[in-house]
Ligand binder design. Structure first.
Ligand code: PFF
Length: 465
């Protein structure tokens, strides 16, 4: 590009960076325990349908919008619909970045702490002591300074990668970390599968238990499709804005989705085979990786190595996602305010870290800004972003493409780089409409649930079944 905008070095680099954003805590922590608690393969099936039906159109839409405008979300909407209210959808994305990264950075800090603890053999004493592991985890996250210390280090890594730019920071580190993540996960999955009784974990994960699949689990799968693919806040618009016109965006989107899904499933295999082999509780829920795994790994031969590999993997996955969130904020200040990269990243990375400190303090450190909502500030930020901000951002983007930008213009950009291949406009229209409608339904469902205490899906499904 002649405008001096930074660009990805190669197509592979872009695909690894975008899948690095997608693959994160959502795949390795959230997906396995959600599947474990909500019907195993039945949940996976619904999640896959959501990814194909909603995830694919929205990710392609974000790539197209970014590549067309060569701008991050606020500028992208404003370039196509100048002076209109649409740029507020872009601002919503920038705001979501502050909200998500504040709590994501805290979890990143816990992961760093566990990485350090595993490397130094800190789990040895926890063999067969789930209570001890629970006490350790609670002790860490509820104390005042320790989690903040680790969160600040995690955020410093994140700021450092982003200061180094698109090619020299994001792409370089994604090219190193993504292959490592895949290799480590495959090794851990094989290790789990070859343990005695490990295969029971597969049955748990892959045998559909439709009875465990509630209506709210279906809504959960849909929301998770957004979170896991990093959609709805302009991350993929921003990453798409560093592309030239040479590649097929549909092809790249399919790669990102396949990698994200494969890694979530591999993580599920690695975790549940190990958990079953060691007789731990698979339905532990969110504590699965921080409470169950530290008691399980030391029982294995070479346990310290397996545990360290697992937490290093998790650290890398969290980092490649966190940087993509920070890049949305940095790119906004570069594109719209003319700041330089270093200044924008350091200032706003620090502001987000401070907001994150309040997330951490709300878990036991004595300051809870959302106490009046009966919720920790940490949970509030998670709830606000995954349940409202991301789906709303995604829904408005689909509506924007259909009704403001217009399909003919959208299709011209989409078909650029596809070697003359034509995309049927009805297929695009129907898929984008379904995405907007489905997401509109999730949000309405949440709101009705908040007001009358029962969701529309619960009412509909319990009436029919
Ligand atoms: N996709 C990331 C994960 O699964 O952990 C989380 C995430 C990253 C959400 C970037 C949103 C985002 F913009």
């Amino acid at each position: 590009m002649s405008n001096g905008r930074e660009q990805w070095g190669t197509r592979l680099g872009f695909i690894l960076a975008a899948s690095g954003s997608a693959v994160g805590i959502g795949n390795i922590w959230k997906y396995p325990h959600m599947a474990g608690q909500n019907g195993g393969a039945a949940f996976t099936l619904v999640y896959l349908i959501c990814i194909a039906l909603v995830g694919l159109p929205i990710i392609v839409g974000e790539f197209v919008l970014g590549r067309k405008t060569q701008l991050s979300p606020v500028g992208a909407y404003d370039q196509i619909a100048p002076g209109s209210f649409w740029k507020w959808v872009g601002f919503l994305g920038v705001a979501s970045a502050f909200v998500i990264l504040s709590f994501y950075g805290v979890v990143g800090g816990w992961i760093l702490k566990y990485t350090f603890a595993s490397i130094t053999g800190g789990f040895e004493a926890l063999v067969d002591d789930p209570e001890g592991a629970g006490t350790m985890f609670n002790g860490i996250i509820t104390s005042t300074w320790e989690p903040i210390f680790w969160q600040v280090i995690f955020m410093a890594f994140c700021i450092w990668v982003i200061v180094n730019g698109v090619k020299g920071g994001i792409e370089k580190w994604s090219r190193i970390m993504m292959p490592l993540i895949i290799v480590i996960l495959v090794v851990l999955a094989i290790r789990g599968l070859t343990l005695p009784n490990g295969k029971e974990g597969l049955v748990f994960l892959f045998k559909p238990r439709f009875a465990d699949l509630s209506a709210s689990a279906i809504v959960l799968a849909l929301g998770h499709a957004f979170f896991t693919l990093s959609l709805g806040m302009g991350t993929m618009i921003t990453y798409g804005s560093y592309l030239d016109k040479k590649q097929s965006l549909i092809g790249s989107a399919i790669w990102v989705i396949l990698l994200d899904t494969a890694i979530a499933i591999l993580a599920g295999i690695a975790i549940f085979t190990t958990v079953f082999a060691m007789g731990a509780d698979p339905a532990e829920g969110p504590g699965l990786i921080f409470v169950v795994l530290p008691t399980v790994f030391p029982q294995l031969a070479g346990g310290t190595i397996w545990a360290s590999l697992f937490f290093i993997l998790l650290f890398m996955a969290a980092l490649t996602s966190a940087i993509s969130i920070l890049e949305v904020v940095t790119a906004y200040f570069i594109d719209q305010k003319g700041w330089d990269r270093g200044r924008a990243t350091i200032i706003f990375g620090s502001v987000i870290t401070v907001v994150g400190v309040f997330c951490s303090l709300s878990l036991g450190g004595g300051i809870n800004l959302s106490a009046f909502l009966n919720m920790t500030f940490f949970d509030f930020m998670d709830y606000l972003s995954s349940k409202y901000m991301l789906p709303i951002g995604g829904m408005f983007m689909a509506i924007f493409i259909l009704y403001r930008w217009g399909l003919p213009e959208f299709l011209i950009e989409l078909e650029t780089g596809m070697d003359g291949y034509k995309v049927n406009h009805w297929v695009v229209r129907i898929l984008l409409s379904i995405s907007a409608a489905v997401v509109g339904f999730i949000i309405l469902n949440e709101i009705v649930d908040k007001i009358i205490g029962r969701s529309i899906s619960d009412i509909l499904f319990s009436a029919s079944g």
